[in-house]
Design a protein around this ligand. Structure first.
Ligand code: PLP
Length: 223
């Protein structure tokens, strides 16, 4: 199906308050433009160089979300323009984002990545570390970042029960943080759900979904 129809299909399937981020990693500019021309404004990428290249050549009103693992030494390439960083998985990284954002006279919206999967390869904070971070004075002193929610990646499994359990655990943490006085009104995004599980994610409280292959088709990494 054409990209515009895929977008329409997903949009008609999700409530209005859920933000759809179209994950365009590995996809060429012409396909991103096709989605853009169909009204899509939020796009997600997970490689710094690819994102910078796309930012430079595609329309400037696109909201670019960085969703991949980010190394501190690459933060400076994103801070001039990035719309939101979903994958903040250490205090060191958050401090670097704050420092580079200050240089750019910006406040950068960030999500804290929470480790919810059973797999060992996924990055993120656990619940205890997340709360400790938010409560620390060092964190509260960072004025150029704004924590807008949490991000998590469930286990890559067809076991719906397992995935549901993981979604519920991050939703519980999300509610705990949201009710606390540690974050501002901006704390509203629970970024869980991808092509295979976004409906389940929304049932479990997701307010932001990151969808790639259901919009652009399968990715080909061989090139
Ligand atoms: C690639 C990717 C997605 C999108 O995956 P699909 O299954 O193609 O929807 C979502 N989130 C992250 C962090 C990704 O790297």
């Amino acid at each position: 199906m054409p990209i515009s129809e895929n977008l329409l299909h997903i949009k008609s399937n999700i409530p209005n308050h859920v933000l759809l981020v179209a994950v365009s990693k590995t996809k060429p500019n012409n396909l991103v433009l096709e989605a853009y021309n169909a009204g899509q404004k939020d796009f997600g990428e997970n490689y710094v160089q690819e994102l910078v290249d796309k930012y430079q050549t595609l329309p400037k009103d696109i909201h670019w979300h960085f969703i991949g693992h980010l190394q501190s030494n690459k933060v400076k390439y994103l801070t001039p323009f990035v719309y939101m960083i979903h994958s903040v998985d250490s205090f060191k990284l958050l401090k670097e984002i704050n420092k580079q954002a200050e240089k750019n006279k910006r406040v950068i919206d960030c999500l804290l990545q929470i480790y919810i999967a059973q797999e060992e390869t996924k990055f993120g904070f656990d619940e205890v570390d997340c709360m400790a971070l938010l409560q620390s004075h060092e964190f509260q002193a960072l004025k150029h970042i704004r924590i807008c929610g949490l991000m998590g990646m469930a286990s890559n499994t067809a076991n719906t029960e397992q995935v549901t359990k993981e979604f519920k655990s991050i939703k519980h943490l999300f509610d705990t943080v949201a009710k606390s006085s540690l974050v501002s009104f901006a704390f509203k995004y629970l970024s869980i759900g991808m092509s295979g599980d976004y409906e389940l994610a929304i049932k479990n409280g997701s307010t932001l979904i990151r969808v790639g292959s259901s919009i652009f088709g399968e990715r080909n990494y061989s090139k």
